[in-house]
Design a protein around this ligand. Structure first.
Ligand code: APR
Ligand code: PHB
Length: 391
């Protein structure tokens, strides 16, 4: 088999890239280790920046999102129970975010891949990259007991943090940067109306909490927890009690309790590898960088990477110019680092760090009070939250 672009991974990065290339007439094949149900079933964040909304529209995939998604012009911060609103739309000259679960985005992308004939090989085991340093790279995998081979011009490593692509870059030319946070998020989904029409990010003495949603009838809540926590110790009743304590009495009075149908603990990490290109391999999305979920930037960064990568590859294949592919890593990393900074800062502002003392907590509270009183500080938060422009 032969193609122009072998895409490893059918997460948001790989699927959006596959659609972008197909629309431009560039041949690509997506190789995915798991099946569709597994990839689509993973519960992830659900806040789309304008960049992502625009891409859904450009690909003609926005009909259901426009119907079912919730446009948010503001978000809320809470400090020890006192909630204040950041009017993002007013502060940024009209920018908003779209609340639409990543699972819904994935469903729309998979459905369209089927109808438009974007080729995806599911259950591709033991994917391996070969000769990415040379002019004739290829990818091998196993399926149904048979070894398969795909020859290509370039490989797009869109296989997430645990994928194989990043490891194909020699350690000697790779630099990684990492921050592991000393806590996790315990997340719950429940079929109950959200406590607010927007999100609430809470800094509380007992730890961070987040009130989010998937729809007017489905809530997504998180509380900061320690990493050695046993999920079995978190009955629904205990979760709701702790959440309500952290949200404070006013927001808690609007919380509707109900049985959870998803309950997981996720660790928090910041991670970047540089460069995002080696030879004929290009990394995009979580394969190259991870952000803690506090800024809801994970999928949006995967999207900005593949928008840039698709432009570079289309220029390469259609105009025979290397300028775009040569500039891809630096261009993508410039935006990645700004989102890393915001996600790290927003995490630092809102979480309880077990190794820090009373002074650090006073600094957090003073910064929250400053944000509340300063339009300049609110503009800074808002423009980062809605997403920085693609340059
Ligand atoms: N071979 C083939 N596919 C692989 C391999 C492999 N060796 N390893 C991983 N994959 C697949 C995974 O099964 C997954 O479907 O690659 C895909 C990677 O998807 P994500 O982890 O979602 O990464 P990405 O597409 O970059 O999206 C980043 O979406 O899922 C969120 O938290 C993530 O918000 C972040 C954003
Ligand atoms: C979510 O709804 O899952 C969500 C929202 C905002 C975040 C993180 C997660 O910052």
């Amino acid at each position: 088999m032969r193609t122009q672009v072998a895409i490893i991974g059918a997460g948001p990065a790989g699927l959006f890239l596959g659609h972008l290339l197909q629309r431009a007439g560039v041949d690509a094949v997506i190789l995915e280790r798991k099946d569709r149900a597994y990839v689509e079933g993973r519960v992830r964040a659900g806040v789309l920046e304008q960049v992502t909304v625009d891409l859904m529209e450009r690909l003609g995939l926005d009909a259901r999102m426009r119907r079912e998604g919730l446009v948010h012009g503001g978000t809320n911060l809470a400090s020890d129970g006192e909630v204040f609103r950041i009017d993002m739309a007013e502060l940024t000259g009209g920018s908003t975010v779209m609340v639409y679960g990543q699972q819904e985005v994935m469903k729309d992308l998979f459905d369209a891949a089927e109808t438009r004939g974007v080729p995806i090989v599911f259950d591709a085991r033991n994917v391996a990259l070969h000769d990415i340093d040379g002019d004739h790279p290829y990818v091998t995998w196993e399926k149904g007991g048979l070894e398969q081979r795909l020859d290509c011009d370039v490989v797009a490593g869109c296989d997430g943090y645990h994928g194989v692509s990043r490891g194909a870059i020699p350690a000697a030319v790779q630099r990684t940067f990492e921050r592991v946070y000393p806590f996790g998020w315990l997340g719950v989904l429940a079929e109950v109306p959200p406590c607010d029409h927007e999100l609430i990010y809470c800094n509380h003495e007992r730890g961070f909490a987040l009130a989010s949603m998937r729809s007017p009838t489905r809530s997504r809540y998180y509380i900061q927890c320690s990493l050695d926590e046993d999920i079995a110790d978190w009955s629904d009743a205990r979760f709701w009690d702790e959440l309500c304590l952290r949200l404070g009495p006013e927001a808690a009075s609007r919380v509707t309790r109900g049985p959870s149908f998803e309950k997981t603990i996720a660790p928090l990490r910041s991670f970047v590898t540089e460069p995002m290109r080696h030879g004929r391999l290009f990394l995009a999305g979580d394969a190259a960088h991870i952000v803690p979920p506090t800024g809801a930037k994970g999928m949006n960064l995967a999207v900005s990477d593949v928008v840039m990568l698709s432009e570079a590859l289309i220029e390469h294949f259609q105009e025979n110019s290397a300028a775009g592919i040569d500039g891809y890593s630096a261009r993508a990393l410039a935006r990645v680092w700004k989102a890393e900074r915001f996600s790290w800062w927003f995490t630092s502002l809102t979480h309880r760090f077990p190794d820090r003392d009373g002074f650090d907590r006073k600094m957090q509270l003073a910064e929250l009070a400053y944000i509340k009183s300063s339009r300049a500080a609110q503009v800074t938060l808002a423009e980062n939250y809605v997403g920085l422009p693609l340059v």
